[in-house]
Write a new protein. Structure first.
Length: 391
């Protein structure tokens, strides 16, 4: 919290980083954490869900401190790496919720409760987004100090979270440790990896994209004000989408992800169209802002959809590995796309990045349509097998 609202401004105006350096931060941070994936999974399995959640929260605090007080690109990068590693552990809180609901015989409420959490987070970040710009103008470091404070409070609160099920820490057999997944699950990892690569890079680069365009027409104070307003509205859109998701999901079920992926692809189309409008600035930045709003609107629902799919289609003793590898696919996708973006920005303008991500978004839509055709075929096959057994 707080840092996300002013990250591009803080890294640009306070730390003096270029757009290419900012784009490279999540890329190299993710790349390092990707290489550590296997040992990190072993640590998660050894710690269990409860301790992993607490350790991940502690790492988020460390990350905030490093980014705030880092006086060199290397230290800021280390903060980003720590941030990426933190989520490998913190994601176990999803399993904690799932296991505890099973114990209480309320497993059907998983998506409902998970969505409540993301909605509350969206509300808090929206409030922060409205005041972050003014706090930044008053003191460039004030939002980061508050970020550290929130991380500290969260760390204390994490000690009240506990997996009360017998699955908090599972002793894996040699066979289970191989973590073999079906082709369907692997396809799911690919879909999530591509989608979140677009979301992660699109959110940061999209903000920098809009910021650069604002600087072409306005001074620093107005740019900070307008960008903060766009970020604040995007947080409101995130709240609305989370509330709507709770209702839409129970109607469309798993197919909700198809709608969300389609919206994600359209976001980059809006970015690209807005860039080429220079006659009316209000229309230009409104269209670009819509693209940014969409990315924030689909971020939480897409994550929830895929987490739910993984937990539905994996055995209990593979859920830690399932969520960890799902997060790994997110990192790998983000890292791969980030490297491409960094390379492109060395010679070309950001608009070419946006056009490229629009193309990737269209490909992702085709992939998820294929995925649902696989699920449909699988269901039909199960029905046929059941009929044969009855006969």
């Amino acid at each position: 919290m707080f840092y996300i609202a002013i990250d591009s401004l803080f890294l640009t105006l306070v730390k003096g980083l270029s757009p290419a350096q900012i784009a490279f931060l999540p890329t190299i941070g993710t790349l390092i954490s990707v290489f550590l994936q296997v040992p990190l999974l072993k640590i998660v399995e050894k710690l269990g869900n409860t301790k992993s959640t607490r350790f991940g929260t502690f790492l988020l605090l460390v990350s905030a401190v490093l980014i705030t007080f880092g006086n060199s690109y290397v230290i800021i990068l280390l903060g980003r790496v720590t941030y990426e590693i933190a989520w490998v552990f913190k994601n176990m809180e999803t399993i904690v919720l799932k296991n505890n609901l099973i114990v209480e015989e309320k497993e059907q409420d998983f998506m409902k409760e998970r969505n409540k959490a993301t909605t509350l987070y969206a509300i808090f970040t929206a409030i922060i987004a409205f005041i972050a710009g003014n706090l930044f103008n008053y003191n460039n470091y004030l939002p980061m100090y508050l970020c550290i404070f929130i991380c500290l409070i969260t760390l204390v609160m994490s000690f009240s979270i506990k997996d009360i099920s017998i699955n908090d820490r599972l002793i894996q057999s040699k066979e289970n440790k191989k973590h073999k997944f079906s082709k369907k699950i692997l396809f799911m990892f690919v879909l999530y990896g591509v989608a979140y690569a677009l979301i992660i890079n699109g959110q940061l680069d999209g903000k920098v994209f809009i910021q650069n365009e604002l600087f072409k027409h306005y001074n620093e104070t107005l740019t900070v004000t307008y960008l903060s307003l766009i970020v604040a509205i995007s947080r409101i859109m995130r709240i609305i989408s989370n509330i709507a998701f709770g209702k839409i999901y129970y109607k469309l079920k798993d197919k909700t992800s198809l709608v969300l992926i389609t919206m994600l692809g359209l976001a980059f189309v809006f970015f690209s169209i807005g860039f080429y409008i220079n006659t009316a600035l209000i229309i230009k930045f409104t269209i670009m802002a819509i693209g940014f709003f969409i990315i924030l609107a689909v971020r939480d629902p897409i994550k929830l959809c895929f987490q739910d799919l993984v937990l539905k289609h994996t055995e209990t003793n593979k859920q830690q590995a399932g969520l960890t590898w799902l997060h790994f696919s997110r990192k790998l996708g983000g890292c791969s796309l980030g490297l491409i973006i960094s390379a492109v920005l060395l010679k070309l303008e950001m608009i070419y990045v946006m056009i490229g991500m629009a193309v990737i978004g269209i490909i992702e839509i085709l992939l998820i349509i294929k995925f649902f055709s696989i699920l449909r075929s699988e269901k039909e096959e199960k029905v046929i097998n059941k009929q044969k057994i009855k006969v």
